[in-house]
Design a protein around this ligand. Sequence first.
Ligand code: NAD
Ligand code: UDP
Length: 359
Amino acid sequence: MAKVLIAGGAGFIGSHTCLVLLEAGHQLVVFDNFSTGSPESLRRVQELTGTAGSDRLRVVEGDIRRPLDLSKAFATGWGRFDAVIHFAGLKAVAQSVHEPLLYWDVNVGGSQHLLAAMAEHGCHTLVFSSSATVYGLPERIPIPETAAVLPINPYGHTKAAVERMLADLAASDGRQAPEGGEPRSGGWRIARLRYFNPVGAHSSGRIGEDPQGPPDNLFPYVSQVALGRRPRLQVFGGDWPTPDGTGIRDYIHVMDLAEGHLATLEALWNEPPQLLTLNLGSGRGYSVLEVVRAFERASDRMVPFDLVARRAGDAAHSVADSSEALRRLGWWARRDLSQMCADGWAWQQRHPQGYRSAG
Ligand code: NAD
Ligand code: UDP
């Protein structure tokens, strides 16, 4: 059993990952400021895993930009943490264009403080949430990890900056003693995971994605239209160079993604110190219209839409080459699009207002 600090564990991907790690027998401390995540998600994770009242999941409210809050989190474990998973951050591309300093402060500044706290407390194993956004407008599909990192918006720049910081840290290594000095602790084990498009929900329908305000992303928007909470979907561009003219993305079930984190931790713990960079995607692309049709089938509801102009900064196509994750972790995305829609719909139907809904 390992002790893991989950920064941002109350959010969409974090809560599903907590569930998978608890089921695998690990002990968790979630550190979160609840700016976009909800404490209710963690209560339900405990309920689903039968760990309520067992002390296997502790929660510390705090901000990754505040060293004092981080000290509190590092003092809350059961001794030294065996790893940190770092989900904490902001992720709305459009907001990042309007408030770039906020994004640099939280995503980059916050990550720097978290890394400093890890170093101070002797924890050198980290899984970081990066994004396919770092590839910008990819030159070829599917996208291998070796593709150029050329983000095209401030959110992507902050993810690329943290990736760079982690590469510098991994290269500093520290296993060699400085001349005349004590050997430094170190030997960082770092994974930079580039998620493609996480969607869906746990099959219980008890935890899921809970965007605040109108969703930026396709999946939650489609599910709110199916529910009748929003009248129509706007499809951003019908003139992309794709078979049906709409944008293609690589959607991955959030439970597959969560399981990818467990597989990553196991690889980091079992292998020598390293810097691992992996795409986590399904390797399959679906167009906006294919998603709409799959969602209509799963929900047995109509999703009316209008074809409108392209959204600024969009790429036509983004699909992962996910062969490296299979090779390194023995992991692949097992759940298909119909399951993503069915599980996302079950969550949405039971929680029309997200965690603010009763039940
Ligand atoms: P989310 O907003 O649901 O979760 C983020 C969590 O971090 C929330 O619980 C939030 O309260 C917490 N948080 C934010 N700022 C914080 C701070 N300063 N201090 C402490 N906690 C803070 O988002 P998510 O979809 O679960 O994404 C998790 C991570 O994965 C993010 O870093 C995001 O950039 C990355 N990512 C997400 C996607 C996606 O489409 N969902 C794709 C690629 C990468
Ligand atoms: N999209 C759309 N309408 C929406 C939201 C998204 O047509 O309301 C399209 C978008 O142009 C892209 C795909 O759906 O082709 C996925 O968009 P999302 O924002 O979910 O993911 P990202 O573009 O960040 O990969």
